[in-house]
Every structure is written in C-alpha cells, then in structure tokens.
Design a protein around this ligand. Structure first.
Ligand SMILES: [Zn+2]
Ligand SMILES: [Zn+2]
Length: 199
C-alpha cells in the first residue's frame, strides 16, 4: 500500500495565477504550459472521492480568430472506497482536455455556469484572459468511475460473514458444503419412505 501524503497548502495566490493565460501571450503563436497544481487550486472536491495528490497539467493554448483553444491532458489520482470490498480504490485519472473559448463577456457571467456543457468543450472568456480552472475540474470530474473497484478481480466481501475474500477464503464455503452433505438425512428419509412402500 502506498502512503498518502496530505497536502500542505501553499499560497493559493500563486496557484490561481498559474491557472490563467492572457490573450496577449497568444498573439505570437501557441503556448505550451506544463504545470503542477493542487486540487484545492482547482476546487476539486467530490462527495465520494478524495484528491490527495497534485494535478499535473500539460496544456497547449492557441488562438484562431477570436477564439482561444486549450488542448492537452490533466492527470491525478483519486481515492475512494471499493464498491465490492470497501477497501481503498485508487483511480488513476487521465482527462483529455479540449476546450474552445468564445469571446462573450455577457455569457461569461451567467450562462457559462448554467450551460455547464457536459463535454466541457465550449466556454467563454472576456476577451483578455482565459481562466481555465473550472474546465480542468470538469474534465477530471467526468472521468470519475461510478462503480470504483480496488482491482478488476476484486472478490468482494462474503455475503454470510462479511470477510474480505481478497484476503483468502473465510470458511463459509466449507460450512456450506457441510450443509449440502446434510443430504444424507434426506437419503435416510427416502429409505424410510421406501420401507413404508414395501410394507
Ligand atoms: Zn475491492
Ligand atoms: Zn464468509
């Protein structure tokens, strides 16, 4: 089992400034940004998953006419409970980021929230700078599995005694085979019946 190092919050201000690109930086051509940010800076949180690790970003920004695009990858590891055995499930998240930002200052405030388009492919910016934290967050959130497992072949818990079957057989299986060998009692019952018929 790997050890989880909790975050030591480091000045949120510098992190927030990493999560923006000013349009003036894109006039000379595409810009590549490789960053490591805290989940807190991305406001990454969920009711079932924990995010104890940094998020690595490899992003390319560019401009086509008035639109700005952001392409690349966001990776991190999320932790939660395995749905079968209740042990720790470690989920490697690799989100493919592909967003187009349209210049629209009015939509920016109201509808960009409401639209919250499922694939996160369209967003808005004010014409001057791209604030991309929420698009990165969305791209990671959609990758969270609904039924996380600690491993593909997790054996789960015994339905009778609750033992974790990944740690070996619990003994219920052999108890079950004993109870099926109770057939001998039904055997004697059949014998009794046969005698009855013979009489
Ligand atoms: Zn499991
Ligand atoms: Zn059992």
């Amino acid at each position: 089992m790997s050890h989880v190092h909790p975050h030591i919050p480091s000045g949120g201000g510098s992190q927030a400034s990493q999560l923006r690109v000013s349009v003036s930086e894109l006039h000379d051509g595409p810009l590549r940004r490789e960053l490591k940010v805290t989940p807190t800076a991305l406001d990454l949180s969920d009711s079932t998953y924990r995010f104890p690790f940094d998020v690595e970003l490899d992003l390319t920004f560019g401009m086509i006419h008035d639109q700005v695009y952001m392409k690349g990858r966001a990776t991190t590891v999320a932790l939660t409970e395995c749905v079968r055995c209740l042990g720790e499930a470690r989920v490697e998240l690799v989100a493919h980021v592909d967003v187009v930002y349209e210049k629209n200052a009015e939509l920016l405030s109201v509808e960009s929230q409401a639209l919250g388009d499922a694939d996160g492919s369209l967003a808005y910016f004010n014409g001057e700078e791209i604030l991309f934290a929420s698009q990165i967050r969305e791209s990671l959130m959609v990758e969270l599995p609904e039924m996380p497992h600690c491993s593909e072949d997790c054996k789960g818990l015994c339905s009778s005694c609750g033992s974790n079957l990944n740690q070996g057989p619990c003994g219920c299986a052999s108890a079950e085979s004993e109870s099926t060998s109770d057939d001998c009692s039904s055997q004697s019952w059949q014998d009794a019946l046969r005698k009855l018929k013979l009489d």
